[in-house]
Design a protein. Sequence first.
Length: 270
Amino acid sequence: MAVGVFDSGLGGLTVLAALEKRLPDVPFVYLGDNANTPYGVREADEIFALTCAGVERLWAEGCDLVILACNTASAAALRRMQETWVPRERRVLGVFVPLIEALTERQWGDNSPPREVAVKHVALFATPATVQSRAFQRELAFRAIGVDVEAQPCGGVVDAIEEGDMLLAEALVHSHVAALKRRMPRPEAAVLGCTHYPLLEPVFRAALGPEVAVYSQPEIVAASLEDYLNRHPEMRGEGGASRYLTTGDPIATGHRATTFMRRATSFEPA
Ligand code: DGL
């Protein structure tokens, strides 16, 4: 048994790298739905159907626990999946809640009523579908009172990353940060609410300025999964190297992944 990690494409590899570093004894199976990326411009029903298909593929690999290392799937599909689709003996977890727990200074899994928190002005950078779902605001409202969220849909950034056009991706980040700052000139915190964005974290930081605290998901999700596996040891796999599956072209996907992650990564067809 291994832990499954799913994303629409390459972005989830940023989460996987942090998971492997923090949990070196846990085997992971990664699935990138590169044939259907990006999800962030799709309708919620379509994202639900694609995400369910990806999760089923990982279940077929023996992964009873699957992490949706994709904010768009977590925002647009996870609640519906958990309420209507995931069988009792399996678990699907997202990347939103750990991030919000970190932002609101909560212990992992602390479900106590919402309270005042230090941060008051938060900038959210995410895909159009994630912004449209308002899942971030909903999950935040369960935990915190009086936080003003300004969300910027970052159209085009995932496409540019998937195509390997990092110059375009950088230019788009600058323009999205400028657009956000016109509406919220002084955010205290910025959330990189898409798992592709850590690949551009220095660009976000430079555009936002040193006074803005940047929350990026990989380490936060890894810390929360470690805590979860300590509480649910039956979900922890044993031994074995990670495997990487893609619905797209394994050679092209492997090349991009190797460039982004700066280590040889080869993909198998899903
Ligand atoms: N990495 C996905 C996320 O975190 C990208 C979504 C997309 O495919 O547009 O939202």
